[in-house]
Design a binder for this molecule. Sequence first.
Ligand code: 4AD
Ligand code: MG
Length: 456
Amino acid sequence: MKQTYINQLKDRIGHDVTLKGWLYNSRSSGKLVFLQLRDGTGIVQCVVFKGNDESVFEKAKALGQESSLIVHGTVKADERSPIGVEVDVKGIDVLQNVHDYPITPKEHGTEFLMDHRHLWIRSKKQNAILKVRHTVIKAVRDYFDSNGFILADTPIFTPAACEGTTTLFEVDYFGDDKAYLTQSGQLYNEATAAAFGKSYAFGPTFRAEKSKTRRHLTEFWMVEPEVAYATYEDMMDLGEGLILHIVKSVLNERRAELEALERDISKLEAIKSPFPRLHYDDAVKMLQDGFDKGELGASDRGRPARSEEDAGQRPAVRRFEWGGDFGAPDETYLSSQFGSPVFVHHFPTAIKGFYFEVDKDDPKYALGIDLLAPEGYGEIIGGGERAASLDYLEKQLEAHNLPRESFEWYLDLRRYGSVPHSGFGMGIERTVAWMCGIEHVRETIPFPRMLYRLKP
Ligand code: 4AD
Ligand code: MG
């Protein structure tokens, strides 16, 4: 008999079906066994009556958690079921009866669960998070694909740094050449944007982040659009459109998962255009006022990767000073002033990457933009306008101590048809964490990579 998936059952009431899956949970009482069967699309209660067939009943009673089984039965409407149906079992084929599944319904510590990530992803909550991730990624692709962008993926082995040399993973590339795992596809996106007008890359990126925080992975996925003849302001429009499309898609397609995660859905429904746009100076003032009013706790300034976990070891609480980079508590405070995501633009040139365009009227500001998510989820988008002048970039490479040879091809983009252009990167995991309302990015990717975590 053809397999029916659990998410199709509500349309099969009264029919005989065959379900193929695993035992999520079970209980028995007298003449009944209740099997919670999962198949990846959902969980359904399958009821076995002793009176129907004693051998099926005995088989069902003996099954342990995560046993693999095929269930034959009839679909019945059931008002008490979260999916509106249950299955009256006629027969069971047991592929494997399991009795020592390590993850039981009791509480386990995070380390234990992370060590068993390959099994943990079967659980209801983890499953829901990863489905939201799927929908976020699909929404991202839809958005760019339907707005004239060409997907042009960028290499993972790269000869040079894009986002500073302190977080580079070095790999041996056949002995002679050194290669690094990419921190961002941006430099290559600038080449593809000159070829296609609008392009985007979407892939894994790597940062040797030597700190444990709830926002940092060493391997994470970033989507990076790049647009020729666009300004940093255009990037705020584009980023806002992207986020609105993601939020809408998740609300439309993943309501059941958000409910399973006990997400406060009203917070997502409140996300509306336009997002506030804050000059860095105004953000600084807001932080200083917050500090003076005693509303702002420890400022993490200068160490964006520093964790809340080690906040206890941080020295004195300081007033944020102009010129610093926002730390996690600063970002949290800023975004808490608004119900929606907030853009910050015009960062001090000195704290930004070598490639930023500067404000022509005041070169101490770089035309960078960050988008801070609400509810303390921090920066989810970073980007801005790229320097278009060959002269300036040559100086910047020197000032940032970057090896000129590795960037010659990049300088070509300023030699042959240089135009103003802009782009950004959005981190998938932070965005998913925000959508799901969960504490840590480690649960937003099937197999997270972090400092001290390279398995399973
Ligand atoms: O702000 P970042 O470093 O920007 C860039 O890499 C630019 N070159 C992108 C571009 O303009 N094309 O990173 C962009 C985003 C951050 O806003 C954050 O969402 C995410 O990538 N991100 C991380 N996510 C998880 N773990 C980490 N260690 C991350 N580092 C950055
Ligand atoms: Mg950034």
